[in-house]
Design a protein around this ligand. Sequence first.
Ligand code: AQP
Length: 336
Amino acid sequence: MSESGARPRVFSGIQPSGDLHLGTYLGALRQWVEHQHERENVFCVVDLHAITVPEAIDPKGLKAKSREVAALYFASGIDPDANLVFVQSHVREHAELTWLLNCTTPLGWLHRMTQFKAKSDARESVSTGLLDYPVLQAADILLYDTDLVPVGEDQVQHVELTRDIAQRFNHLFGEVFTLPDATVPPSGARVMGFDDPDAKMSKSVAQERDRHAVNLLDDESVIKKTVMSAVTDSGREFRFEHAGAGVRNLLGVLRSLTGESYEALADRYEGRGYGDLKKDVLEAILETVRPIRERYEAYAADPAELDAILARNADRAREHAARTLKRAQDALGVGA
Ligand code: AQP
């Protein structure tokens, strides 16, 4: 439990590796907002994770993208005074603890990570940072004495590794770290690509394919094109019983946005053309993203204020992070 003992401390992060989309909103941001007062939250923009693939680094754009992601946290409803919201690289303890953990983590543990295998198989050469990605993630989590880490299925292995890293360190050098648990949202929380409903909607794919994702800051005309061209089934009419992945994805999005049950939606659209379903999905999406975009524009119009909020939050984060780092340094016999 967090130091106050009452509320669990939760660490969450999003990489500024592209435009935030409807999947990021429904799978992460909206849930963060819903639970923000029940927990002690650390909401980080994990830019050091976004540079583990050197080909994808955009030196001119990355700082701006990190600020955009932070502004979208606030525009989605995250309260900057009730939570810790900051950019990872602004708190250097993240990188420093990573080094200490690197020195106590067996290399074989990292080679076993399925996400590393998947990402490295597709590339001719990979950075050391890509292999080390889960150790940086462990440092993020452990610095704040985190109790819970909400993640998708694909990240559970990394949280388990974080526990192993912490346990090994505690065993070898004394009790320094709190052991975190992963929490996985229900499977319905996953939004699939509108152009390819068998794969999850993703920032990096959206950079390559126009009709893949609805980005939170897309123009309404672009959102319309993406939703109205979404993949459905080959027949002309909606048949719930035979609904394929594309139709199920549209229903899942509508259900998430309106709170209606699958049964109610199935009854409404049975026997109707897919165009009717798409129009309603479009309307629900626009109603959701409009106020987010308006609030985002207010932050974007005052970059000095946004920077001040982030600097204040980074100072607060650093206080906690520095205490944990000191414990780890003392345990190892390094540091002043
Ligand atoms: N399609 C999705 N459906 C539901 N939840 C999603 N999340 C991402 N995509 C979906 C959730 O949003 C957070 C973002 O985490 P991340 O930035 O570390 O990246 P990710 O999961 O790897 O997201 P992308 O969009 O696929 O990014 P790239 O292409 O850069 O790897 C997480 O909580 C995630 O579950």
